[in-house]
Design a protein. Sequence first.
Length: 87
Amino acid sequence: MTLPSGASLHLSEHNGDGTPRSILLVPVEDLDREVAEMTASGWGAPPTIEESRMGRSIIVHDSTGNRIVFVSTLAVGHRYSDESLRL
């Protein structure tokens, strides 16, 4: 997956590369643009943009139960935990 910013995200299904049901937090500058790009590239229905303590975000689930959380604004000095990711 290539983001509009030009960054690439490569996901692996190889044994030992990660734990199922992991969370990957991806800060982005323009969440609306990211959603539009995902929709245009065939990711399916656009995900719902949520408002939380982290800022505006979307969650994309992969086929193995991992969550990729795209966040447009990160709270300065905020420490993320599993609890703060429960959007």
